[in-house]
Write a new protein. Structure first.
Length: 115
């Protein structure tokens, strides 16, 4: 009985760190999907699923090991804009043609128009 109580308490305290967030991640095709999900195969992330239709990533992670911000940075680092971070242009350019989604920021285009 005591063992069960201890185990229950333990799993509750572990679960308390677990968060599930939905993050907008820009991408295009199945290759993007596998790239995004492969990037998130790391310690602290329990599951990650990106939908090619909705462009939404549902990620379950241990908030004591990784933050929502860090997750978005990891994704941006492999070429995918997220709702908060923008991928480096050079990384984006290196993506296969089918993965060239429409960029989140049009700031550069606007700049060019202004000049
Ligand atoms: Cu793709």
């Amino acid at each position: 009985m005591l063992l069960i109580a201890t185990l229950t308490f333990f799993s509750v305290s572990v679960n308390a760190q677990t968060k599930t967030d939905t993050i907008q991640v820009f991408g295009e095709c199945g290759m993007c999907k596998s790239r995004i999900q492969k990037t998130l195969k790391m310690e602290g992330i329990a599951s990650a699923a990106w939908d090619t239709e909705t462009k939404l990533l549902v990620v379950t992670y241990d908030a004591s090991l990784i933050s929502n911000d860090e997750i978005q940075k990891k994704i941006a680092a492999v070429g995918h804009d997220t709702e908060k971070y923008t991928a480096d242009d050079k990384v984006y350019e290196k993506l296969p043609g089918c993965c060239h989604y429409e960029r989140k920021k049009t700031a550069k285009k606007e700049e060019n128009i202004n000049q």
